[in-house]
Design a protein around this ligand. Sequence first.
Ligand code: URA
Length: 234
Amino acid sequence: MSNQDQQLSLFDIPSLNQDPESVDFDLEEIPKNAHTPIPPGTYQTLAQIADHCNRCSRCQLGKNRTHAVIGRGNPTAPIMIIGEAPGQHEDEQGLPFVGRSGQLLDKILDSVGLSTDTEVYISNAIRCRPPENRTPTASELQACKPYLLEQIRLINPQIILLTGATAVKSLLGDKRPITKIRGQWFQWEGRQCMPIFHPAYLLRNSSRDVGKPKWLMWQDMQAVRQRLNEIQSH
Ligand code: URA
């Protein structure tokens, strides 16, 4: 290899769609507990994150795991949505938001012309299902956060939508109720973040009247669509 080729090869970007079968990690490299650091830049691909998460024991939730749930959607999407935690269907299928909440989320995205085929990638604050779908504890959120941060780094979205208070707490450390902060833009690590309602909350509050959660969500999603249009037109 010439000197110039050697220098250029430093800029090679590993494929984000690497075949999971081809990822062969040494078992010793798997983070053993919540105190084992996972420095930024540890993972080159989403498949590598999936590989570790499926063997992870940083918290207790791995004990009941069928599948770790990493993400679905376009891995180079400009928008990343972060939910709370996998439920039963997600644990079974290894994909986020595939139950009733997920169907509603897909409809909401569709209503403003967004899709997981192109503009959106979906993940969660944690990767394993909590028993009885309880809210993840602070220490579970903490244990899983390095994986989330690595996913954000690899996807590199310009916009992050945080669905529900748990996602907001995990990423921004903000413990205010979602009703107080939804629809506001926050800057986080050079990215634009908006807390929005969780789809499960909308399933429980079905009125479309002005000022009700569904109506507010519709306002927020239009603001997101507009912000993406502005970003893409620059
Ligand atoms: N709710 C979430 O927050 N995440 C999922 O993946 C499914 C339901």
